[in-house]
Design a protein around this ligand. Sequence first.
Ligand SMILES: [Zn+2]
Ligand SMILES: [Zn+2]
Length: 175
Amino acid sequence: MPHVIERAATGRAICRACNSKIAAGLLRFGERLPNPYGEDGGEMTRWYHLSCAAFTRPESFLETLPLATEEIPDRELLEREAQLGAAHHRLPRVNGVERAASARAACRQCREPIAKGAWRISLMYYEDGRFTPSGFVHVKCAQPYFETTEIMPRLRHFRAELSEADVEEIAKELN
Ligand SMILES: [Zn+2]
Ligand SMILES: [Zn+2]
């Protein structure tokens, strides 16, 4: 079966990218994957909020968008973010931004330790239908790591509680 965009009939499905529930009545994205535990040809569906899918599963989201039968809110925005993610293959790894709680982690780009209190971007790695936390990069290392600095929409998406002052600080470090 192809991937699907449909309205959630219940609020039970958990979004694979942000781990929160997808409310009943919302449009959601279902990615079909082979079920390794199923019989021959068995498939399973992994559910996502539409925006979470655009950010983290860009290729399958773009493939499915033309098949959607319902009006999609913010369609152009989502399509643009998904295209960015398809063009820069590390971009879908962005999982948020935070101040480093300790100086124990090294940046995946420059290999230097990330100072306690410094802004860092958290990464997750997708494999076989699962996301695994996979370390951090300095905000200032975003350009060499992602090959673009157009990451603010996804930082804000995955870290909704950022203040305007935070956003300003992060934007300065990005450039
Ligand atoms: Zn989500
Ligand atoms: Zn770095």
